[in-house]
Ligand binder design. Structure first.
Ligand code: RB5
Length: 148
């Protein structure tokens, strides 16, 4: 499985920790985030992660900024993206099972590296419950894009 990962300047260190963690587990990881400490604009990276997932360049995306919020808002503007901000594993797990989230976001100023690893592991190991009410609700979410 290929994971695309993007981040702004607040999350360079945490991005590197997560990338290493994913590679150790055998995931293919592509970094499209900044590697510099200089202030930059998170929407650029949220959009890049979102587009890579929707275009099929990666299976899933991870996007990290200070809070996870700004970068998730940007990713969610890309048609087909379901980006979620998770600061604990339970929401991360349910975002896959019920919401079929395809981009995971969190905040480098919110979660520590060990908790972030746990969130990522939980998210990647959970699977969407296809069919039934969850599929119908996810379809309803995606149909909102067509009414925009
Ligand atoms: C950068 O200071 C900060 O605003 C950004 O990383 C993010 O938290 C925005 O939502």
């Amino acid at each position: 499985m290929k994971i695309i990962i993007g981040n702004d300047h607040t999350a360079v260190e945490l991005k590197n920790v997560i990338m290493e963690h994913l590679k150790e587990q055998g995931y293919e990881v592509e970094n499209i985030g900044t590697d510099k400490a200089e202030s930059c604009d998170y929407p650029v990276y949220g959009e890049k992660v979102g587009r890579a997932v929707v275009n099929g360049e990666a299976d899933l995306g991870i996007a990290i900024c200070g809070t996870g919020i700004g970068i998730s808002l940007a990713a969610n503007k890309v048609k087909g993206v379901r980006a979620v901000v998770c600061s604990e594993p339970y929401s991360a797990q349910m975002s896959r099972i019920h919401n079929n989230a395809n981009v995971l976001c969190f905040g480098a100023r919110v979660v520590g590296s060990e908790l972030a690893k746990m969130i990522v592991d939980t998210w990647l190991s959970a699977e969407f419950e296809e069919g039934g009410r969850h599929q119908r609700r996810v379809d309803m979410i995606m149909e909102i894009e067509d009414r925009a």
